[in-house]
Design a protein around this ligand. Sequence first.
Ligand code: ADP
Ligand code: MG
Length: 452
Amino acid sequence: LWAQSLKILEDDLNDQQFHTWILPLRAIEDKDTIRLIAPSTFILDWVNKRLMDNVRQAVARVAPINTPEVIIEMGDYALNDFEEDSQPTVPQPLKEKNKPAPRKNEAGQSGIQSNLNTNFTFDTFVQGKANQLAAAAARQVAENPGGSYNPFFIYGGVGLGKTHLMHAIGNQLLADNPKARVVYLHSERFVQDMVNALRHNKIDEFKRFYRSLDALLIDDIQFFANKEQSQEEFFHTFNTLLEGNKQVILTSDRFPKEVDGLEDRLKSRFGWGLTIAVEPPEFEMRVAILLKKASEYNISLSEEVAFFIAKRLRGNVRDLEGALKRVDAFAQFSNRRPITVETVKEALKDLLALQQKMVTLDNIQKTVADYYKIRVADLHSKRRSRNVARPRQIAMAIAKELTNHSLPEIGDAFGGRDHTTVLHAVRKIKELRETEHQLDDDYNSLIRIITN
Ligand code: ADP
Ligand code: MG
């Protein structure tokens, strides 16, 4: 039954949901129950919270009569080796707990160069809704390298912390076991090294080296696109490592299947382990990042100012960091002015103007209407049916969040509505986002589309 249900779920869910949350589950079936075993608590929680309805519906469709009950629980995954063709499930500990301080960015006790940046650790990584899962998974990989999250694949836009997180795992592995053979490489470097090895007749050495590692971290694998020979070599290295229960960690700017110019067999293997996205930081996280970075760089930044910047700049983490440095430099050069909201306004004048210009009420309405496949005129109209009323409220809430327009101004732009209607919409949407995940996801997607 579960095998059939999986087929339905594969159709119902998007690729990422299916691969990340459903495939890792193992099923134990008897006549009236399907017991799903989750390999970790966060997969358990996630499926429980967001996908159980889909799962139950799929099972009910396969077995409409005598539908078995579906239970999900944590499992000792390693003991249940159900499928031959699955990823290695027996974790191979890489740990020897005798912690000397990690070597800094140089050849460790293994004698090989790890290329790890020791500043990129879990301690310096700020967590928020946008990267919580990625961070939790990364910690698990660091704790149990070569375990069930192999390969571990992190994807997402630029400046969202993929490289940082990858290094954090590497640094943790070395801290736990200084002898571990951990290597970080940008994919372009891998290609270059391979070309050099070929040129100097050292390809066997090259192969032996990469296949001897305990953990291989390859960044930005989208740069492998259309480099057939490198893909071929990487494919074999990758398989050797996986077969030996060695950890492979990869990043890319998009979901593996969507990387153009990558062989299908590679794409499909990349999905064998755990694939997780990092999202752009939400407001709270942007504040936390600004405060954390300020304290790292010894910049005195009040919460009020951090709020101000976070409210107005919604870019990625790297942009936030850049803005902070600019504000600091500006303050230094203007006779060491303290960093106030006024200072920030001046220092970031062009950036702030740019953000303002992009986000207009028209733009918001058009984007929301497109998203929900309704007409902009519906947002102005008096119609109250749910399929236009809800998007209208969302558009109002977004207008309040993204622009400096007053409530009456926003009401005007929505067919001359009263400011209390706008206020009601803002509150309603806030409340709904807490309980309705779909709506919350839609809201965040819209914000992203509008601000990018
Ligand atoms: P990506 O590889 O996704 O393009 P990086 O890992 O290079 O992004 O991150 C860009 C910069 O932002 C780095 O300086 C990194 O330390 C910082 N950064 C990104 N995400 C976080 C985070 N969650 N907490 C702290 N710093 C972060
Ligand atoms: Mg990167």
